[in-house]
Design a protein around this ligand. Structure first.
Ligand code: 9MR
Length: 377
C-alpha cells in the first residue's frame, strides 16, 4: 500500500473528521468494480478526453415481450455495468412518444426521469431519442383524425414539454429520426408529420427544440447512412438547404446496425467527413453487429473475430473524423439485444455475453480507445 502523502496538518485534521468509508448507497454501489476487473479497466476509462462512449438503456419496446422484468430498473449487475463502462446513455424506448406521451393530455416521465437521474449520478451525458419519427407513436396520435393546425400544435407542445423538462441535461437530441427511405425520398406516407404537414415541419421541429434547450446539440439520425449513398446524400442536401434557410442543425448521426451478411461499410469515415466539412458534429448512435448463428447458437471464433473487426473499424472511423465525439452501442449484452427478436436466426450482436463477460469485440473497442488516448495525449 502506498504511504499517504500528508499535505498539511489542518487539512489532515479536517480530513480525519470525515468517515474514511462512505456508507454504501445505490449510487456508490453502481460504481463498484466486479471481482477481477481493475478499476480503470472499462471502456469509459480507456476513452480519450472529450470522447463519450455510450449505450442504449434497455427497457420498453421489445423487452416487454421477453421473459424477464424491465432490465434497467431490476437487473443490478446490468446497472452496475451500465454505470461502470459508459459515459453516455440513450433511452432505448423510454423517451419515444408511445412511452413518454401515452395520452393526448398525459405525459409519463417516470422511466425517462430515472435514466436522466442515473446519468447524473454516474457522470454520464444523455442522448435524447427521439422527437419526430414515423414509428412507436401512440394510437391516439396516429389515429386521432387531427386537423393540420391541431397536429402542428401537438408536436410543438410535445417538444417544448419534453425538451424543456430535460433542458441542460441532454447532450444531443435526435430531433428527427429516419425521415428518408432507402432511395433517399422523404417518408411522405409513413411519417405522420411529413404526410400531414409537409417537409417544412422538419425545420420547425429543429427550431422548437433549439428554443426549448439552446445548449443541446440537435441531430438527424438514421440507419443505412453509414456509406455514401442515396440516403446519406439526401441528408447532406437537406442539411445544406436548412442552413440556407437559417435553421441550425448541429449534427448527423449514423445508427450503424451492421450485419456480417453485408460486409463492412468501408467508406464510413469518408462519409462522416463530408458532414464534418460542413462544420457538423457526427456520431455513431446505435452500433451493433449481428451474424447468422450456427445451429449450436454459439458463434464460432472466426465469427467473433470478424465481429470484433467490425466494431473496431466503426470506432476507428469515428475517432478519425473531427467532430465525431460520441460513439454509442445499441445495448452491451446479448441478454437484452433487440436483434434476435427482430431477425430470427441472427444474434450475438453485442460486445458482452448474457452473463456480462466480455467478447473479443469489447476488447477491440477498448484497444482502439486506449490507442486514441495515447495518441491524443
Ligand atoms: O431497440 C428498440 C426496440 O426495443 C424496439 O422494440 C424497436 C421498435 O421499433 O426499436 C428499437 O430501437 C430502434 C431505434 O429506436 C431506432 N433505430 C433502430 C432501432 C432498432 O430497431
Amino acid at each position: 500500500m502506498k504511504p499517504l502523502r500528508i499535505v498539511g496538518t489542518t487539512l489532515l485534521a479536517t480530513a480525519l473528521t470525515i468517515p474514511l468509508v462512505a456508507p454504501a448507497t445505490a449510487a456508490s454501489l453502481e460504481r463498484h468494480q466486479p471481482p477481477g476487473h481493475a478499476k480503470k479497466d472499462t471502456l469509459r476509462a480507456a476513452a480519450p478526453k472529450g470522447f463519450v462512449i455510450g449505450t442504449a438503456v434497455a427497457g420498453g419496446g421489445h423487452h416487454e415481450s421477453q421473459p424477464y422484468p424491465d432490465p434497467f430498473t431490476s437487473d443490478e449487475p446490468y446497472r452496475a455495468a451500465l454505470a461502470r463502462e459508459f459515459s453516455s446513455v440513450s433511452p432505448e424506448n423510454q423517451m419515444k412518444w408511445e412511452y413518454i406521451h401515452p395520452e393526448r393530455d398525459r405525459y409519463n416521465f417516470a422511466a425517462a426521469d430515472a435514466i436522466v437521474d442515473f446519468a447524473r449520478r454516474n457522470r454520464q451525458v444523455v442522448r435524447g431519442h427521439t422527437l419526430l419519427w414515423h414509428s412507436q407513436n401512440p394510437a391516439w396520435l396516429e389515429q386521432g383524425g387531427f386537423s393540420k393546425e391541431e397536429l402542428r400544435e401537438i408536436l410543438r407542445e410535445h417538444i417544448f414539454t419534453v425538451v424543456g423538462r430535460y433542458k441542460g441535461r441532454i447532450q444531443q437530441w435526435d430531433v428527427a429520426n429516419e425521415i428518408f427511405d432507402g432511395e433517399g425520398n422523404l417518408r411522405t406516407q409513413e411519417n405522420i408529420w411529413i404526410r400531414e404537414l409537409g417537409p417544412g415541419i422538419i425545420a420547425d421541429a429543429f427550431r422548437w427544440t433549439r428554443e426549448a434547450d439552446p445548449k443541446a446539440e440537435l441531430f438527424f439520425n438514421d440507419y443505412g447512412v453509414e456509406s455514401i449513398n442515396a440516403k446519406s446524400d439526401a441528408y447532406l442536401a437537406l442539411i445544406k438547404d436548412l442552413r440556407a434557410q437559417g435553421v441550425r442543425v448541429d449534427g448527423f448521426s449514423a445508427q450503424a446496425h451492421l450485419s456480417m451478411r453485408y460486409g463492412f461499410p468501408a467508406d464510413l469515415a469518408d462519409n462522416l467527413r463530408r458532414f464534418s466539412r460542413l462544420g457538423l458534429e457526427t456520431a455513431i448512435t446505435e452500433l451493433d453487429v449481428r451474424m447468422d448463428l450456427p445451429e449450436s447458437g454459439t458463434p464460432t471464433d472466426e465469427q467473433l473475430a470478424t465481429q470484433a473487426e467490425y466494431y473496431q473499424r466503426t470506432l476507428d472511423a469515428c475517432l478519425s473524423v473531427r467532430g465525431c465525439d460520441s460513439f454509442t452501442i445499441w445495448g452491451f449484452t446479448d441478454k437484452y439485444s433487440w436483434v434476435p427478436v427482430f431477425f430470427p436466426a441472427e444474434g450475438a450482436a453485442t460486445v458482452m455475453w448474457d452473463d456480462l463477460t466480455r467478447k473479443p469485440a469489447y476488447f477491440a473497442l477498448q484497444d482502439s480507445l486506449k490507442e486514441a488516448s495515447n495518441c491524443r495525449r
